[in-house]
Design a protein around this ligand. Sequence first.
Ligand SMILES: Nc1ncnc2c1ncn2[C@@H]1O[C@H](COP(=O)(O)OP(=O)(O)OP(=O)(O)O)[C@@H](O)[C@H]1O
Ligand SMILES: C[C@@](O)(CCOP(=O)(O)OP(=O)(O)O)CC(=O)O
Length: 395
Amino acid sequence: MSLENELLSVTCTAPVNIALIKYWGKRDEEKILPLNPSLSITLDVDDLRTKTTVVASKHFDRDRLWLNGKEHDISSKRMQTCITKLRQGAGDLRSDDGTLLIAKEEWKHYRFHIISENNFPTAAGLASSASGLACFVYSISQLLCFKETFPGELTTIARQGSGSACRSLLGGFVLWECGIAPDGTDSIAKQMDTGDKWKHLRIVILIVNDQQKKTSSTAGMQTSVQTSDLLKFRSKEVVPVQLSRMRDAIKEEDFTTLATITMQESNQFHACCLDTFPPIFYLTDVSKEIIQFVHDYNAKCGGTFVAYTFDAGPNAVLLTQDENLDKLVASLYQRFGFFPVTREGVTSSVCESPQSDQIIRSIVTKIGEGPRVLAKSIDHEESLATKDGKPKFTI
Ligand SMILES: Nc1ncnc2c1ncn2[C@@H]1O[C@H](COP(=O)(O)OP(=O)(O)OP(=O)(O)O)[C@@H](O)[C@H]1O
Ligand SMILES: C[C@@](O)(CCOP(=O)(O)OP(=O)(O)O)CC(=O)O
């Protein structure tokens, strides 16, 4: 069987992850090595995901990327590093009966068309670079039969696409280890806990703004590293303690501690942004109202039933438990005129809200698993590519 003129293709999904212990600041800009370890929760791909089809051919003249229907620059150093490292680790492609179809040395003659879509706002602080780059790396690795030379190698490649992307290669609760090796080989992401005992956790994303943010995470954290003493203190003194407490809380299924540390972490990250010079403001008045709402809600209920966390943008991510969701939803409605009801029941929903001028959209989701292969043929209905390897949809 010859694959000389055939288009090889794979279609995969990768999840969004939300950091509970935040990554903010690099000790090596080039290799994307963090100042401190971070810990995230992987969200369910059924609700939020990147989907990517990669098509490989010897007859394409160059590597190309289309993102959400538009051609996107693929010449960035980060994407090029990922592609180079993936090509270096390519393996032999064999048929089911073991016949060699493409020898690993042959892959260097192949070019990629990468077609990708996010089903949520891109570059708005909702971790699109995390799921996007994780899906980019995962899909190409699947197509190239990539062979890891050490456990976690693929996460080190995704890390070089965007730091937080390494955590989207795994499900459950994911730890991105800081590492100490100058070459970054020990700065890998690992599953800390499958999350099987946290299936009752509900994650409510409140989108207050879906426009592209002014200060990217990359630029923002660079200025923080240069100017914030609080960030230095945080990465050395605070994160190790909070991480160890969080690890115990996850193991012991202790929602109260998990929720408390999550809020403290978010607040300290935004305090570091304020301590940056000139300061960076990601939270808006609506974000601050949501923070106040959560504290009022918990005080009224006499415990810690809801937590918030905010990344580099104004959108809130709330954590609660299934048994509390209806009550939380009712209170959100009372306070913001916004009711995140659902198409499919309260556990999994996307809702537009014409009533509220503060919260424009909400997504209710839960803990989820890592990337998946959806299709290995370009003709498959899940494929985003036409038979000649171009995007099915463009804008
Ligand atoms: N599906 C994708 N495939 C490839 N690259 C993507 C994809 N989605 C996003 N990206 C890359 O990530 C960039 C957006 O990253 P940026 O850090 O600005 O926003 P964000 O990830 O939404 O926010 P944050 O990382 O602060 O949570 C896009 O411009 C694009 O280069
Ligand atoms: C606030 C954060 O979401 C920062 C994410 O930063 P990125 O991973 O987007 O930054 P780069 O490594 O420069 O690409 C916190 C987190 O996800 O841990």
